[in-house]
Design a protein around this ligand. Structure first.
Ligand code: G3H
Ligand code: ZN
Length: 283
């Protein structure tokens, strides 16, 4: 069965490793992610954005995640990514999600606390974990686009107060990463991660994990990151593989011919991230 993030995040924080959130965009993503995790005996989180939910349908999303949990026997959380309202979070919980993110980062600080608290109260009663977000993370994800100028870093004192008032199970804070690939290298503020992580008992979440150099990931984990989100790198690996297969053979028509190598490419991406995050053999 699917589990809440509280099944593995406290252990990750204590053991100084991170659990990966890999976003599910279709069946092949879901299969690639669980296959990699089976090989490395790792817990993981299926992230599902509102856009992905619309694309796959909530019934298929839950059924696929449940099938992965049954097949693997691994601790897997099915997590709403960047949930925009109390209503969408409740809809996911009712459908079988074991975890939700409420992203109130576009509201004022006080309003973000008030709305997140409501989600925590309802989710906790059902054994579902909650991630909150503070500060705005740059880049583009689905229809959410934040330019560099408007991406603002989280203030440690605010993050600590946000945790104390909401009681979230993990906290995403803007520390300089962005959604999508980077033109150059991100400027990650490790001091912010450390100040927040030291002061709260739950892990800090790093969004925008795609394209972050390995050394920066290691430093982020050492500073207190216990959950890292990756989506774009899998999308790029999948699409590059399909493009190469189609370019190589103009007569190809059986989707299995190009989706099989695409899925293999994603297995390799996810395996390398699990190894980098240190969650191998922690299931
Ligand atoms: O919430 C999802 C992630 O933050 C994904 O970011 O697409 O840059 O890996 P990414
Ligand atoms: Zn994100």
């Amino acid at each position: 069965a699917l589990v809440s993030m509280n099944d593995f995040l406290p252990k990750a924080k204590a053991g100084k490793y991170a659990v990966g959130q890999f976003n599910m965009n279709n069946l092949e993503f879901a299969q690639a992610i669980v296959e990699a995790a089976i090989e490395l005996n790792s817990p993981f989180i299926y992230g599902v954005s509102e856009g992905a939910l619309k694309y796959m349908g909530i019934e298929f999303t839950v059924a696929i995640a449940e099938a992965a949990a049954k097949k693997s026997g691994l601790p897997i959380a099915l997590h709403l990514d960047h949930g925009s309202s109390f209503e969408v979070a409740m809809k996911c919980i009712r459908a079988g999600f074991s975890s939700v993110m409420f992203d109130g980062s576009h509201y004022s600080f006080e309003e973000n606390i008030r709305l997140t608290k409501e989600v925590v109260k309802a989710a906790r009663a059902m054994g579902v974990s909650v991630e909150g977000e503070l500060g705005t993370i740059g880049g583009v994800e689905d229809d959410i686009s934040v330019d560099e100028e408007h991406a603002n870093l989280a203030k440690p004192e605010e993050a600590i107060r946000f945790y104390e008032e909401t009681g979230v199970d993990c906290l995403a804070i803007a520390v300089g990463t962005a959604h999508g690939m980077y033109a150059g290298e991100p400027n990650i503020h490790f001091d912010i991660i450390e100040a927040v992580s030291k002061a709260i008992p739950v892990p800090v979440v790093l969004h925008g994990g795609s394209g972050v150099p390995d050394e920066m990931i290691r430093k982020s984990i050492a500073a207190g990151v216990g959950k890292i989100n990756v989506n774009t790198e899998n999308q790029v690996a999948c699409t590059e593989s399909i493009r190469a297969a189609l370019n190589k053979d103009a007569k190809i028509y059986d989707p299995r011919k190009y989706l099989t190598p695409a899925r293999s490419a994603m297995i390799e991406v996810v395996k390398s991230k699990i190894q980098l995050f240190g969650s191998s053999n922690q299931a």
